[in-house]
Design a protein around this ligand. Sequence first.
Ligand code: BG6
Ligand code: MG
Length: 219
Amino acid sequence: MIKGFIFDLDGVITDTAEQHYLAWKHLSEEKGWDFDREVNENLRGISRMDSLKFILNHNNISLDDDTLQELATKKNVMYQDLLNDITPDDFLPGAKEILTHLRSEGFYVALGSSSKNAKKVLEQLGAIGYFDVVGDGHSVAKSKPDPAIFLFGAEKMGLQAEECIVFEDAEKGIDAANDGGFHSVGIGPEERVGHAHLRFDSMADATLFEIKSYFKDLF
Ligand code: BG6
Ligand code: MG
């Protein structure tokens, strides 16, 4: 039976996928690297350092560890600056509705994000109160597609993976959820999250009613 839900943050609760893109774009322009939305698609769900390495690899550039750290920090300063503009109006359409619905029906709710800025984003949104557990980039060592962050959330809620539904917008996030034995809901296009057990184009379509109708034997 389903007792808990685990939500990714960036691209599921709010559209910070866009701010991540803008910060990487800014850094890439400054450094003269090739970077566009297509390259950016590969960064969904993966850690800051893995993202930087992906961009550098795409540009056939290799750098020493100190420079990598310095560049990752620089991107993060730009990203954090953009986060200051987030307000409680910036939930993705449908996100606040399902979180409110889950609260009123008494389900456990966890965040399962790769971001080390997740708490700041939740605070800016005023969303902390919707979560029983906050799993973020500080909670586990391995990033998606490893299921560690979702297993962390399930364990902290006192639940087994098969008792939880994971919401994700990243290809690697769905890989992580499926690999960990969770029920997965993909948010986004077929080519990105078509391997989820259930997929919606956007959070606006992902109502608790639709979820219960699909996973009817589990409620
Ligand atoms: C994920 C994003 O949620 O967090 C990735 O999808 C991002 O794009 C990752 O790289 C890490 O975020 P942060 O805030 O720790 O740099
Ligand atoms: Mg995401």
